[in-house]
Design a protein around this ligand. Structure first.
Ligand SMILES: O=C(O)CCC(=O)C(=O)O
Ligand SMILES: [Fe+2]
Length: 418
């Protein structure tokens, strides 16, 4: 029976791909993927054929991508009433979400920061953070001290920014990557138009917030954006400092050690990611698998969900918890800790029926001239795993490549003796 059904599928696929009609192939693919009777072999075969056909189409579409008819972003497509996503957004089968597999889980550690004045509680929290940073590279914090009204106001201005007319958001769009660093904020719809072969189903606002830009260098609309973002960033900074201190203590270092390694005063930027509803969520990724090139990331997400973390060979959902922050170890803390704390791959998916989602990751970054390498105390018993580098080198790698699945950290790994 299996052979029979795969033969039937094969001849249909060939017919459809001969016609070179990708839309029909996609519909067929969707239909067959949902069918519980399709064998796994046939399923893989279909995916391979579909990928090959989409790949061929894509290479002819390359110029379209470069000329970027998609520059206005995905919210624009949604407002235009797109019924089926353009091929440029279709992920090849391998990183796509397997809708037949249940990926939900509560297991990403949740750490309660309440009662820290009590010494016993502090050492408990340090141990929990150390454990989560070693095993998962991710955890959530609750009772973190950031006032709820500050969080709510930030979410509110963020939504209102992405609801602005496309023409207005496009005023903040910067096409030339060499200009990125000189801008305090940018509307971003394609991460890397040169290197990226598949687009992500998200629009973002990229905002520098520490050192704080001059008053005239902020968005004027929403009118309360600057105040909300400044308050929010100040609170997140306090939390990030506390977490860096705990992470430092978890490595048996002084509380200030990790933060000091980031330079005089660590830099801070945030993204306001907006993932509109998607007509074919199973074919896209909101954000491709990546690790953050930051020291530490502090992320706020709304109630929709979609963030997933790669852990022990599987993707796990980071379940939205009201007013919690999701914390992840960035690449540079992995280097400083000589690989004890892990900077882990994560991605954002979309699910059927999802409404628009907002996430706001704040990236705590070393200063450009900070020299980042394994901390000396941590290389006494284990040899250094990474070479020392300037943070500016990380920035140029990250900007010039597109790291889907691979890590920017690979550039700095030292060969290990076997
Ligand atoms: O939206 C999310 O939950 C993840 C976003 C993310 O990982 C990023 O922007 O670096
Ligand atoms: Fe990330």
């Amino acid at each position: 029976m299996v052979g029979c059904s795969s033969l039937r599928i094969e001849s249909n696929i060939l017919r459809v791909s001969q016609e070179s009609n990708i839309s029909k192939l996609k519909c067929f693919l969707l239909f067959t993927s949902d069918s519980s009777s399709s064998s796994e072999a046939a399923f893989i075969f279909i995916h391979k054929m579909a990928a090959a056909a989409v790949e061929t189409k894509r290479s002819t579409d390359d110029n379209i991508l470069r000329n970027s008819k998609y520059l206005k972003g995905v919210q624009y497509l949604v407002e235009k009433g797109v019924k089926q996503i353009p091929d440029a957004y279709i992920q090849p089968p391998h990183p796509r979400v397997n809708i037949t597999k249940f990926e939900c889980s509560n297991e990403v550690p949740v750490i309660d920061l309440a009662g820290l004045r009590d010494d016993g509680r502090r050492s408990e929290v340090v141990a929990e953070i150390k454990n989560a940073s070693e095993r998962w590279g991710f955890f959530q914090v609750i009772n973190h001290g950031v006032p709820v009204p500050v969080i709510e106001r930030m979410m509110d201005v963020s939504r209102r920014f992405h609801e602005l007319p496309t023409e207005e958001k496009m005023m903040y769009h910067v096409a030339d990557p060499s200009e990125f660093l000189s801008r305090t904020h940018r509307f971003q719809t394609i991460f890397n138009a040169e290197k990226q072969t598949v687009l992500e189903w998200r629009d973002s606002l990229d905002q520098e917030c520490y050192p704080p830009p001059d008053d005239d260098k902020w968005l004027k609309n929403p009118i309360d954006y600057r105040d909300a973002a400044m308050d929010y960033s100040g609170e997140v900074r306090k939390l990030a400092k506390l977490l860096l201190a705990f992470m430092s203590e978890g490595l048996n270092l002084s509380s200030e050690n990790l933060e000091k390694c980031l330079g005089d005063e660590f830099k801070q930027t945030f993204l306001i990611n907006h993932y509109p509803p998607c007509p074919n969520p199973e074919l896209v990724l909101g954000v491709n698998s990546h690790s953050d090139p930051s020291a530490l990331t502090v992320l706020l997400q709304d109630e929709i969900g979609g963030l997933q973390v790669f852990h022990e060979g599987n993707w796990f959902d980071v379940k939205p918890l009201a007013n919690a922050f999701v914390i992840n170890v960035g690449d540079e803390v992995e280097v400083l800790s000589n690989g004890i704390y892990k900077s882990v791959a994560h991605r954002a998916i979309r699910r059927i029926g999802d409404s628009a989602r907002i996430s706001i990751p704040t990236f705590c970054l070393p200063s450009m001239e900070a020299k980042i390498g394994p901390i000396a105390e941590l290389t006494k018993t284990n040899p250094p795993l990474y070479k020392e580098h300037l943070f500016s080198e990380v920035v140029s790698h990250f900007r010039s490549e597109y790291y889907d699945g691979k890590s920017c950290l690979d550039n700095f790994k030292l060969p290990t003796k076997t």
